[in-house]
Design a protein around this ligand. Structure first.
Ligand code: F6P
Length: 750
């Protein structure tokens, strides 16, 4: 429609201009024709009455002249007749002679024609010399009414205008019809030309000569974007920081990377006179930090450390990692009130239990929501402020920022926004209890790509969108389209860096075994299980203690020969559910220790404090088995870190079936953490597993983590983003090329 107007309106304007310019000329021409016609008529009248009038004049028969004039002027167009004497006096006239009209200028040998105004119209006076043989009898004046010719001229003008208008519409209609046919043929030709590439196996066809060049170019670009090829290449590649950097350079040249997360990768804390740098116990940070180190750019996060403010510059920037700066950390400051409502309230008392479904009731408060909206806006503003280009690559992390993608999209429409949801996504029934479900879904759909750990969570998300929003879902392509924009919803199982930097400088496995047993005052001969987490109710810490109890109860041979060393970093401790979790775990551990402990040996060693990654890796290397008993977990990177730490191909992983990682590490002993008796049996099996089997299992798991490392995780998303950017560019070009033929309804999207 827009194009039709774009074409038809100028055409009509041109035709109107033509009508406006030509109508007066034509009208003048017509008037002249009429006047010539009237002059001819006057001549005819004169020729037919000349002799009679001359005779009557010679005979001086005035009454007969008057009578003759009266009879002749019955013709409606012949207005009046008069006789002007040689002295210029009007001697005879028909009764219709206009009162204001005198004798016109004299006709000397030839007739004299004059146009004169009369009342509401004009008249033509034609003066003919009367008499012969040099005998001057004066002039016979014939007066014709010209107003009828004016009326006819006006009528003609009207008809002409209507005619031109109809002609204009006709031309426009025919032109549009021709354009439509041409456009259809053109698009068919392009499609035909591109068909072999899009269809993959279809035989090559020769494109229409007119579009051969364009088709060749587009084919080449689309070949580059061929998805299966891209992914298979991704699988073959040895993914490391260099591959990622090269990928950025070649596929996303000049792209500016901005990471947004709540948790910062480096926390500066003051202890007395010294400032300590801490790396938080966060799967998110573990995964994202090596990537940002490789890609450079800016990481925007909440400055939560007690010395954070004193270590930044005036733009709230600090270059990190401290030992070898590779990217900028931009800290955002939150008030206690904001922190309370956004982080503790909506994020951790609302969304966290909502998404994990571990039977802790989510709490939703309107005041928390207000803070959540405000903080999302604050971070979105920070993204806009940090962006140096109109189309940065924004990597949004986690459930703290569900609204931020849409907020950034509004301010930077050209941005490529990749959002990753690090926790599970529940089914629509569960998600539906959130009072702000529509806002959260809309916010996330501001993303270009939305990633989850598993296909199951992607499907849950699409089902939720389907249930609560007006949206077009394509399950085959795994996309959701709303407001003229499409979001790709894909599983990207997160991972860890390979080889892990925490492994560098680690003592040998026997040394680690000895060191850990020494450091934690354990019997040097016990078989050791380790658990490493934040003190979170989703981790099933008390459940694994119960499993230890079951193990010792059903297999007492392990009493005095086995210990579980549980490291638990206190987290979100101001929330009642977290305090209860810690209290419950401590109570269960105490109970088991009281029941089975002996002087110099206890089955459970619970250490509730933060450990740096290197310390954790030493623990993993010292252990015979690692317990991951999450009641529900998006992925769980502890399992992958344990595998990464075991370069001796030893150790057994006991893994919850409710952690996303259980879909990848199939060689672990998979357990149901709600069934502590079965978990106890799995531990028994793990402790007895022969060395060869341990090696085979660990070998396979290490191969998987090595290949599907964190660079692979990021690389796949970046490749996808690059593909979408290129597709968008091609689409923009197609729109430009086809624009003159296209009736477009909506805008494009990125
Ligand atoms: O699983 C979600 C997550 O963001 C993890 O990445 C991380 O382990 C944890 O939550 C961090 O929680 P917080 O930042 O609240 O300590």
């Amino acid at each position: 429609m827009r194009m039709a107007l774009r074409f038809i309106v100028p055409l009509l304007l041109v035709l109107a201009g033509i009508a406006w310019a030509t109508t007066p000329i034509l009208s003048d021409l017509i008037q002249r024709w009429f006047r010539a016609d009237v002059e001819l008529r006057a001549q005819l009248v004169f020729d037919s009455i000349n002799d009679t009038v001359a005779r009557e004049v010679k005979e001086s028969d005035g009454p007969r002249i008057d009578l003759l004039f009266q009879r002749i002027t019955r013709d409606e167009r012949l207005l009046a007749l008069g006789l002007c004497a040689p002295n210029g006096r009007l001697t005879h006239r028909s009764p219709s002679w206009p009162k204001t009209l005198g004798c016109p200028p004299r006709a000397l040998r030839v007739p004299a024609f004059t146009v004169a105004a009369r009342g509401d119209g004009t008249v033509l006076t034609a003066a003919f010399p009367l008499g012969e043989d040099g005998n001057d009898l004066g002039d016979l004046v014939i007066v014709h009414d010209l107003s009828f010719s004016e009326r006819r001229g006006a009528t003609l003008e009207r008809y002409l205008t209507v005619f031109l208008a109809l002609l204009g519409v006709l031309i426009a209609g025919v032109t549009v019809a021709v354009a439509l046919v041409m456009r259809r043929n053109w698009v068919q030709a392009v499609r035909k030309g591109l068909a072999p590439v899009v269809a993959g196996d279809a035989p090559e066809r020769t494109p229409e000569p007119a579009i051969a060049g364009l088709v060749a170019e587009m084919r080449e670009m689309l070949r580059d974007l061929d998805v299966p090829r891209g992914i298979s290449e991704a699988i073959r590649v040895d993914w490391n920081p260099d591959t990622l950097q090269n990928l950025l350079k070649s596929e996303l040249p000049g792209a500016e990377v901005i990471v947004v997360s709540n948790r910062e990768p480096y926390i500066h804390n003051r202890e007395g006179d010294t400032i300590h740098v801490q790396r938080p116990a966060s799967g998110l940070v573990t995964a994202l930090e090596p990537i940002t180190r490789a890609c450079g750019g800016t990481w925007i996060a909440h400055g939560s450390g007690s010395a954070d403010a004193e270590t930044v510059d005036r733009q709230d920037h600090i270059q990190v990692p401290p030992e070898a700066p590779a990217y900028t950390l931009r800290r955002v400051w939150l008030s206690d009130e904001e922190q309370e409502g956004y982080y503790y309230g909506l994020a951790n008392e609302g969304l966290w239990p909502l998404c994990h479904i571990v039977f802790v009731r989510p709490t939703f408060r309107a005041s928390d929501w207000e803070q959540y909206v405000a903080v999302n806006r604050k971070f979105a503003e920070a993204v806009v402020a940090e962006a140096k280009s109109p189309n940065p690559l924004v990597l949004v992390q986690d459930y703290h920022f569900a609204l931020l993608p849409q907020m950034v999209r509004e301010r930077l429409p050209g941005a490529t926004i990749i959002t990753f949801w690090h926790i599970p996504w529940p089914n629509p029934e569960v998600f539906g209890i959130c009072p702000w479900r529509e806002e959260i879904l809309q916010g996330l759909l501001g993303s270009t790509i939305l990633g989850f750990h598993t296909q199951f969570h992607c499907l849950n998300f699409l089902d939720s969108v389907d249930r609560f929003l007006e949206c077009r879902i394509d399950r085959e392509q795994s996309t959701a389209r709303t407001g003229g924009r499409t979001t790709l919803v894909r599983p990207y199982p997160i991972s860890i860096e390979w080889p892990p930097s925490a492994l560098v400088g680690q003592p040998s496995v026997p040394e680690c075994r000895a060191k850990v047993r020494r450091d934690y005052e354990l019997d040097p001969n016990v078989l050791l299980a380790v658990g490493v987490e934040r003190f979170d109710y989703t981790k099933g810490i008390a459940d694994r203690f119960r499993a230890v109890e079951n193990l010792l109860e059903h297999h007492p041979e392990w009493i005095g020969r086995f210990t579980l060393l549980q490291i638990a970093a206190p987290t979100r401790s101001s929330l009642p559910a977290y305090r209860q979790t810690q209290a419950e775990a401590e109570a269960v551990a105490t109970g088991v220790n009281q029941r089975f402990g002996r002087p110099g040996w206890w089955p459970i060693a619970l250490v509730a404090r933060h450990h740096e990654p290197e310390q954790v890796f030493t623990l993993f290397r010292a252990a015979d088995l690692c317990l991951v008993s999450s009641l529900h977990d998006g992925m769980n990177l502890v399992a992958k870190e344990f595998v990464a730490a075991r370069d001796d191909d030893d150790g057994v992983l006991v893994l919850s079936s409710f952690a996303g990682v259980s879909r990848e590490l199939l060689e672990a002993l998979i357990v149901n953490p709600y069934d502590s008796s079965a978990m106890g049996e799995a531990m028994h099996r793990a402790l007895l597993m022969p060395r060869e089997q341990r090696r085979d299992r660990m070998h396979l798991m290490r191969a998987l983590v090595a290949e599907h490392n964190i660079y692979f995780w990021a690389g796949r998303m970046l490749l996808e983003a690059a593909r979408l950017r290129k597709r968008q560019r091609i689409q923009d070009q197609i729109v430009q090329v086809t624009a003159p033929f296209t009736w477009r309804r909506g805008g494009g999207s990125r």
